[in-house]
Design a protein. Structure first.
Length: 127
């Protein structure tokens, strides 16, 4: 009669845990893809004061750097351009909060205002 070794027991436990994790993850996935089949619509324009700063956003179709990122959208804080980009999943990021995606350019502008903590936005020279 063979005895179960500690190594065999740990291996079996790890296999069971991995199997349960895969099963749980598969059940958590939606039945259909959450990614839209078509490109997301261009967000509406906005012009508001947020925490004492004027933020503006408008679609831009004049070529230039923004169109290379698929965004085609211009955001300004106190009249100075905030470089924004649209990710493949439809979220938006900026140079101020590059690793924090947001649902809309307005949300990106608001997050940048919070991050700037009153500091002036320095335009990004991409030439």
């Amino acid at each position: 009669m063979s005895r179960l070794t500690r190594r065999q027991a740990l291996g079996a436990a790890a296999g069971v845990a991995a199997g349960l994790a895969v099963t749980g993850a598969a059940q958590a996935l939606p039945a259909h893809s959450a990614r839209p089949s078509a490109a997301p619509a261009t967000p509406d324009s906005f012009d508001e004061t947020y925490k004492g700063r004027r933020i503006q956003g408008t679609p831009s179709h004049g070529g230039g750097h923004h169109d290379h990122h698929g965004g085609g959208y211009s955001v300004r804080i106190d009249g100075k351009e905030l470089h924004v980009m649209q990710n493949a999943d439809g979220t938006w990021i900026s140079v101020v909060n590059h690793y924090e995606p947001h649902a809309t350019p307005r949300a990106v502008a608001r997050a940048a205002v919070v991050e700037l903590q009153g500091a002036a936005l320095v335009p990004l020279d991409l030439s």
